[in-house]
Every structure is written in C-alpha cells, then in structure tokens.
Design a protein around this ligand. Structure first.
Ligand SMILES: Nc1nc2c(c(=O)[nH]1)N[C@H]1C(S)=C(S)[C@@H](COP(=O)(O)O)O[C@H]1N2
Ligand SMILES: [Mo]
Length: 333
C-alpha cells in the first residue's frame, strides 16, 4: 500500500515527523526557543517572502546559492548498491530538510548553516594508528579514489531519502593510517564553535557538544561505510555537513556525523552525542530495524521524501539494515 500525502516543507518539520528534538521539546526546548525569539525568526527563512511579488523569493535564491558549489569532475559511478532505488530525492528538497542541531533545532536550518566556516579545513586522524595524519580536503580528494554511490538514507525519526553521495569508502582511510591491533573502535568528531553556531540554535548548556559518533572498527571497514565530500555532482553544501561527513547507510542517520574535524582510533567504545543524551532512545549500534520500535514510535514504516516542488512523501515499509543486510548482517551474527 502506498499513501501519498502533500505538505509544505515547513509544516512537516515540527508537527508531522516525529523528531529527535521532541525529547527536548518536552523537557526544556520550547522554553529555550521562546527565549531566543526563534519561533519568530523561522518564518522569513522558510520560503514565502517574495521580493515585490515577482521573481524568486529571497529564500529560494539563497537556497539555490547554497547548492551552487564547485563540481567534482573526476569520480566513477558505482552502481553496485543501486538495486533498491528507483527515485533520487530532489536536490532542493534534500537541501532544505536537514538535521544539523549545531545550527538549530528545526528541519529548516540550511540558511543558518551557511555560517559554517569551511575554508582551510583540516581533518586529524589520530589515536591507535601507525601513520597519524592531518589531511586537508584537497589531499583527501587526491589521495583517495572518489566514486558516486546512491544510497538509501533513513533517519531515526522515520523519514527517508535517496541521496547521490560522492566520496570514498572508509576502508581506504583505514588502509592509509594502519590502525594497531589495539584499535577496536573509531570516534568521529564534528566541528563545533559556539561563537559561530550561536543564534537560532540548540545550545542548552547541558548538551554534550561537540557532536560525536562512533563505530566498531569492523563496521568502519565494511564496504558500505563511506566518507562523503560531495553530493549531486558537486562539493557538499554546508547544510549537508561540508566539507566531509560520514554516511553509514544501514544505520539511522544520526550515526553519520557531519563536518568532521577529527577521527580517532581507540580501544573502548567512545561516548557519542545522542547516546549520551539518551541511551535508550539512541543506542550505539543504531542499525535500521523495522522490528525494534523506538521507545516513542514505530520503526516499521517510513516517510520517503522524493520529489519537489513542495514536500511530499510516500509511506514505505522499512527494511532491516535499510535494505543492506546482504552486505552487513554478518557483522552482527
Ligand atoms: N554534526 C552533526 N551531524 C549530524 C547531525 C547533527 O545535528 N550534527 N544530525 C544527524 C541526523 S539526526 C541526521 S538524520 C543526518 C541528516 O543529514 P542531512 O541533513 O544531510 O540529510 O545528519 C546527522 N549528522
Ligand atoms: Mo536523524
């Protein structure tokens, strides 16, 4: 059965899709939002303010600019994982329906995320490795072989997309830095500077910033685990986690930390952002699993967000491991 429902992109953000943020909504978030005047500041960013009634809205132009990025010219296309996908999510929809809590607690943080400073970015690869190394983005693009992979993407909030990432398999980085036999886990840290991300945002003092995520080293070595440097043929826009993010397609979206500055090989399971906030709701493993409901909602189906204009979705059945069981189920047997 396929149900189609249409909504405005700003309707879905808070009321229609169950959100990680609801956790904070219920506790202290609304209070904070009201205090920061955020409710009032959202409206002009989301769409309808057209200039003098003609031409594109300022938001539309800003969105297009945020997606106009240097193209990546040499990458191969790897169709090995395509068989479950028919439609790719529209680029503008994907580019204005994001989770990036450093820049705010709603789905429409794409404009605020343009504050992320991506110049002279460096990624430190450290810890239990033979060859620790700090890479800049050009080095990553040169030293690893870039490919496009069209992956299903499933957020724990029960919405999903299909996205054409460009990047390289994480196992190539493992080969380059040569972890020691003591390395059992890998910790990934996102950019965080409260001076830059402040503004409409999600900045309760108790949150465990910076955003961190973690994998077992065998998970990182799996063929599917991917570092994305691009999407839709060009560099990553800031709202998608420029200039480097994790993509782990068989796990819920929160496992894919954005705007990575540090990758550390460690001996024991590292603390991670959502797991520290609430381990019951966001377990470390976080494999997509339709049979294991989130404590507050079912994971049996998902809202697949595909085409524009405007936001629409189809209800689809959620697949174990998001459809990638043949590649990853053996990691969990
Ligand atoms: N640093 C950071 N990474 C993050 C998040 C975040 O808030 N901060 N949100 C996560 C969640 S919950 C999801 S669903 C995806 C969303 O990625 P997208 O906005 O590119 O679709 O990013 C993940 N990575
Ligand atoms: Mo998510």
């Amino acid at each position: 059965m396929v149900l189609i429902r249409k909504a405005q992109i700003w309707d879905i953000a808070e009321s229609k899709v169950t959100s990680e943020k609801n956790y904070w909504n219920r506790r202290q978030f609304l209070k904070t939002l009201a205090g920061a005047g955020m409710v009032a500041s959202i409206a002009p960013l989301t769409g309808c303010s057209s200039l003098g009634g003609i031409g594109k809205s300022t938001a539309e132009t800003a969105l297009e600019n945020s997606l106009k990025l240097p193209t990546i010219d040499s990458f191969s296309k790897n169709p090995a994982f395509n068989k479950l996908q028919k439609t790719i999510t529209d680029e503008k929809i994907a580019g204005q329906y994001n989770n990036f809590y450093e820049f705010g607690g709603t789905k429409n943080i794409w404009l605020n995320a343009q504050k992320l400073p991506t110049e002279n970015w460096q990624v430190a690869v450290t810890g239990l490795v033979k060859n620790p190394r700090t890479y800049d983005i050009d080095q990553l693009k040169k030293e690893f072989s870039l490919e496009q992979r069209i992956y299903r993407f499933r957020c724990v909030e029960a919405w999903s997309m299909v996205l054409p990432w460009i990047g390289f398999p994480m196992k190539q980085l493992i080969a380059a830095v040569e972890p020691s036999s003591k390395a059992k886990y890998v910790s990934f840290t996102s950019f965080y500077d409260p001076e830059i991300t402040k503004g409409p945002g999600f900045h309760l003092g108790s949150l465990p910033w910076p955003y961190t995520e973690g994998l077992r080293i065998e998970e990182m070595a799996n063929e599917l685990a991917f570092f994305a440097l691009g999407i839709y043929g060009h560099d990553l826009p800031k709202q998608h986690g420029a200039p480097l993010r994790m993509v782990i397609p068989w796990k819920y979206g929160f496992k894919g930390a954005k705007s990575i500055v540090k990758i550390e090989f460690v001996e024991t399971q590292p603390a991670t952002y959502w797991n520290t906030i609430d381990a019951r709701e966001y377990d470390f493993e976080a494999n997509v699993n339709p049979d294991k409901p989130h404590p507050r909602w079912s994971q049996a189906t998902e809202k697949f967000i595909s085409t524009g204009p405007g936001l629409s979705w189809e209800i689809k059945e959620t697949l174990p491991y998001n459809g990638y069981g043949e590649y990853v189920a053996s990691l969990y047997s």
